[in-house]
Design a protein around this ligand. Structure first.
Ligand code: RB5
Length: 150
C-alpha cells in the first residue's frame, strides 16, 4: 500500500481533511500529524514533525498545507534531504516530482480551492522522478546542503 504523511496549520484543517479523505479513498495509507483544530498554531512545528518522519525513513512523501503554503515550504526546506515545492498549478506539482524529485508538496488553503487542491495532490503523487540529467541536478542541491558543491 502506498503511504503518505500529511500536515497543516490552523488555516488549512478543512482542506487537509478533504485531502486525507481523497487519498484514503485512492488507497493510500495516510498519517496525519495535525493540527486537528482551528486553534492557532505555529506551522514550523508541523513542518518539523512531518519532515523528521521523512528523514527517518518512515515515509517517503508528504504534503504540508498552511494559509499560503510558503511558510510550510520554507520550514520544510531547512531539513536535510527534504525538497519541498510550493505549488498552485498542476504542471508545477507534476514537474517538481519528475525533475526535482520533490518529496514534499506544499500549497495554501487561502490560495487554492478544494478542486484545485485535489488536482495538485493527484498530479504530485502520480508523477515519477525521471532521473538522468535531473538526478545530476538534484545531487547538486544535496551538495549545496552538504557544503560540497564546487
Ligand atoms: C497563518 O496565519 C499563516 O501565516 C500561515 O498559515 C501561512 O500562510 C504561513 O506561511
Amino acid at each position: 500500500m502506498k503511504k503518505l504523511i500529511l500536515g497543516c496549520d490552523h488555516a488549512a484543517v478543512e482542506l487537509k481533511n478533504l485531502v486525507k479523505e481523497h487519498l484514503t479513498a485512492r488507497g493510500f495509507e495516510v498519517e496525519d500529524v495535525g493540527t486537528h483544530t482551528t486553534d492557532s498554531c505555529n506551522y514550523p512545528d508541523i513542518a518539523h514533525k512531518l519532515c523528521t518522519k521523512i528523514q527517518s525513513g518512515e515515509h517517503t512523501m508528504g504534503i504540508l498545507i498552511c494559509g499560503t503554503g510558503i511558510g510550510m515550504s520554507m520550514a520544510a526546506n531547512k531539513h536535510r534531504g527534504i525538497r519541498a515545492a510550493c505549488c498552485s498549478d498542476t504542471f508545477s506539482a507534476k514537474l517538481t516530482r519528475q525533475h526535482n524529485d520533490a518529496n514534499v508538496l506544499c500549497f495554501g488553503a487561502r490560495v487554492v480551492g478544494m478542486g484545485l487542491a485535489i488536482e495538485l495532490v493527484d498530479a504530485f503523487v502520480d508523477a515519477e522522478f525521471e532521473g538522468g540529467k535531473h538526478a545530476v541536478r538534484v545531487d547538486m542541491i544535496t551538495a549545496i546542503e552538504n557544503g560540497t558543491l564546487a
